[in-house]
Design a protein around this ligand. Sequence first.
Ligand code: TXA
Ligand code: MG
Length: 322
Amino acid sequence: MMSETRRMSLSDPAAIGSGAAALLAGEVVAAPTETVYGLAGDATSGEAVARIYEAKGRPSFNPLICHVADVAMAEHCADLSPDARRLIAFFWPGPLTLVVPARADSPVHPLASAGLPTVALRMPVGALRDLTERVDRPIAAPSANRSGAVSPTTADHVLRTLDGRIGLVLDGGPTPHGLESTIVEVGEAGVRLLRPGPVTAADLEAALGVPVLAPDPEAALSAPGQLRSHYAPFGIVRLDAAAPEPDESWIGFGPDPDAAAHAAHRANLSPDGDLREAAANLFAILSRFDGPDFPRLAVASIPDDGLGAAINDRLRRAAAER
Ligand code: TXA
Ligand code: MG
């Protein structure tokens, strides 16, 4: 990847403009919020979101929090229930993330929400909010650390694990909370705490006037969004295939001379064999082939380096026995 990470102080009046220009060019930028530093990328671009996973070196695609500038931007992304609106009125901007049903026409790319029907939204305080305003689109941002490292609360801390892996870090000094946002799922049954954080259960109950729901033991067994069954398409999936059998639909990677002849049953993660493009296409292709018209799927072998590890993790879940 790139060799040097540029660092700009937020006291420099050009900092937000530089960060916004990088985001609009599809690059990733580390920037502070009131909780921790986030690794920001344009949530509407699959390739930008792929770059986030690439820089973090995550071996799997966890859904990311999408940061919004205002309530109108949240409404473009999700259906907001009365409970969601009440929490927004009480706590935004601030350290509370809402997991809510995504709108069918949401601009958020499926890779940012890892193919889930829900989206995690929050309006932060600080430079990351200024960036969402400037680019006027949602920004996906996990904590700005390499996978497995502690969430960063200073720019030095960001550079400790991401130096040379990202183009720019905006330095706003230490973050006020130093702890990631509280995450709640807002559903038909009520409001459920998924991750404790600066907004407490008591704060939530005071705002809602009713108790928050206990964590779901089923969901607690694995990280949110990691439930294996969610990723299984309708058909049987065969991995590391050299070519499709006559009764199989084909998900290729790399040049496919037969693509045009069997278009309805052929897709390609990346004809050029580019892992970033493959990551960006993965969820759309799995969902296109998720139905009774596609009882058998064969998937080409994907190299396991870089983003390939996360792509293979997702494909293995799709192929798992059920
Ligand atoms: O304070 C924070 O929340 C920071 C700053 C940068 O905003 N961000 C952060 O993001 O902590 P991250 O990616 O490290 O954590 C996101 C969490 C993950 O545990 C993920 O599984 C969960 O949010 N999440 C995201 N979308 C979800 C969804 N649709 N359903 C359930 N969980 C979701
Ligand atoms: Mg994190």
